[in-house]
Design a protein around this ligand. Structure first.
Ligand SMILES: [Zn+2]
Length: 172
């Protein structure tokens, strides 16, 4: 979605909006170039679904809390090198991101990204979003899909809500 001519010139949000509009001119896109914080996250209150394509856990935790507070489903995905993971959080029904990752992982300055991993994991994440929006099919709620493209293995594990989760236990 980003071409060499865009690098260092355009914000990712602007570049992405342009490409998507060239793919389908009938869709309406509102793009925001901002770093999500507790102060501005309420901008996304009207969302039908939140899609986590983030590269850090600090903002991911913020999004998780916002999802629970506003009762907006959250589709989480993350990638690194050959590996990826996807799950769907349905507020007041499923465990949350903090149940799954109770401790903030160490922040990495840089980590390898391989295009095809983003393609595979991003497509699965998009499928989850379609299922959440249409209510058709079974989502990965309460399940974590782990994608290992180095060994070409896909594994789904069930995970439970942490009874004492610092984020979601007050919503149950
Ligand atoms: Zn939780």
């Amino acid at each position: 979605m980003h071409f060499e001519k865009d690098l260092g010139i355009k914000d990712k949000s602007v570049s992405l909006k342009e490409k998507l509009q060239q793919l389908n001119s009938s869709i309406e896109i509102n793009s925001f170039s901002l770093e999500i914080s507790e102060k501005n996250i309420s901008k996304f209150k009207e969302s039908d679904v939140l899609v986590d394509c983030l590269d850090n856990f600090h903002t991911r935790y913020l999004l998780n809390e916002f999802s629970l507070r506003e009762k907006i489903p959250l589709v989480h995905a993350a990638v690194e090198a050959y590996y990826g993971q996807i799950t769907t959080i349905i507020p007041e029904k499923t465990p949350c991101i903090k149940c799954l990752f109770p401790n903030m992982p160490d922040k990495k300055e840089a980590f390898p990204i391989i295009g095809p991993t983003c393609g595979v994991v991003g497509s699965v994440e998009a499928m989850e979003v379609i299922k959440v929006l249409t209510g058709v099919g079974e989502t990965l709620s309460g399940k974590l899909l782990i994608v290992d493209l180095k060994c070409m293995e896909f594994e789904t594990i069930n995970f439970k809500r942490k009874e004492d989760c610092s984020v979601c236990s007050s919503y149950f």
